[in-house]
Design a protein around this ligand. Structure first.
Ligand code: SF4
Ligand code: SF4
Length: 361
């Protein structure tokens, strides 16, 4: 895997901090994306898994809401001495994997990727909405958790929604436990995860070498492609950082447009990159995407078509590992893989998946 000084997505200007209240989710809650989207995020959800994972009026049953109060805690006053930050980084990665992470990388906490103000739905409930965020930690430990391949082929339906919610809960728990472990070493540490986050996970994870930004607007990792959920721990524990990676995603996404062609909302650009807040990238239209999520609440509450169809999203098998080896090294392989993927999995794949009493035709 090639490591490099800079991320593969070009930074061409100043990256201004972003107010969390301007995310599509918060706009939906405020009613700025229409009545249907507002109802989807504020009224009682139709399906039990989505109430358990994404919010129930019965607070005690909403797992991701319950854990949101455990992001931070007391610091052990008996601080250990760290003589070798590189060895500590290796240890922290092992600890994170012990708690359940599949991928771990470490980077400096770039303040450009700390939200300027709190603006999530849970912040509103906590009475913290609009508060300025001051997060002076030095490092970000970026955590990735794989989502189940078969269940993600059940998108868009309640099958993939359940898997997304479950994985968010798992990676949040990893972050909570890792932050607590670091505080027990005597250093400040805070967990950031769905329902309690002050940082933007994707750009930090890319800086930490977990993957590259793809056309669909999320990170593609070498191991799992886009089939991951992320969380972050920020801390002052002395650590050594990882370098970003170049695994060939920019060239592959330039040639491939499979996610854009299969997006039911037309939210993924088929054309060139544009400059967004100082970064040259393919700009996902999050508002269109989210409106689609909320368009038929009796059948789905989210969508994973882009993740499912991506040629990099394959099961953890030896021939996928071989393919990745070729794709990250040779431009020709990045052309060939697209033909092979269409041949084996179809240009417009539609998978039939059954799980419990749910069916995705
Ligand atoms: S999640 Fe669905 S609607 Fe959103 S960008 Fe991906 S394919 Fe499009
Ligand atoms: S589907 Fe193709 S264009 Fe989209 S992120 Fe995956 S490789 Fe890139």
């Amino acid at each position: 895997m090639r490591r490099r000084e800079e991320i593969t997505t070009k930074v061409v200007g100043k990256v201004e901090r972003f107010d969390q209240a301007d995310t599509a989710f918060t706009k939906a809650v405020k009613g700025l994306l229409g009545e249907k989207a507002q109802r989807a995020f504020t009224a009682e959800r139709e399906e039990p898994f989505s109430r358990v994972f994404f919010g129930s009026p019965r607070h005690d049953n909403a797992i991701n809401a319950l854990i949101s109060d455990f992001a931070d805690g007391q610091i052990n006053p008996n601080k250990i001495t760290i003589a070798d930050p590189t060895a500590m980084s290796e240890k922290i990665k092992e600890v994170a994997k012990f708690f359940g992470a599949d991928l771990v990388g470490i980077t400096h906490l770039d303040q450009s990727y700390v939200y300027s103000h709190k603006g999530a739905y849970r912040d509103f409930i906590r009475g913290e909405f609009g508060q300025e965020i001051n997060l002076p930690h030095k490092y970000a430990i970026c955590l990735g958790k794989e989502m189940d391949y078969r269940m993600m082929r059940g998108g868009h339906s309640y099958i993939d929604s359940a898997e997304v919610g479950r994985t968010y809960a798992v990676v949040a728990n990893v972050a909570i436990q890792l932050a607590a472990y670091i505080r027990e070493l005597g250093y400040p540490a805070k967990a950031h995860f769905l329902t309690h986050e002050e940082v933007m996970h994707v750009p930090l994870a890319i800086k930490a070498g977990l993957g590259e930004l793809g056309r669909m607007g999320i990170m593609l990792s070498r191991e799992y492609g886009p089939r991951l959920r992320l969380a972050t721990v920020t801390t002052d524990l002395p650590l050594a950082i990882d370098m970003p990676v170049d695994i060939g995603v920019q060239d592959l996404c330039e040639k491939c447009k499979k996610c854009a062609l299969n997006c039911p909302a037309g939210a993924i650009p088929k054309g060139e990159k544009t400059v967004v807040r100082g970064v040259e990238k393919w700009k996902l239209d999050e508002e269109r995407c989210l409106r689609f999520w909320c368009s038929n609440p009796s059948r789905w509450m989210s969508c994973s078509n882009c993740i499912t169809v991506c040629p990099w999203n394959k099961p953890d098998v030896w021939y996928h590992h071989m393919t990745v080896l070729f794709v990250e090294r040779w431009a020709l392989a990045r052309t060939l893989i697209l033909y092979i993927d269409d041949l084996l999995y179809g240009k417009r794949p539609s998978y039939k998946v059954k799980w419990l009493d749910y069916v995705k035709e």
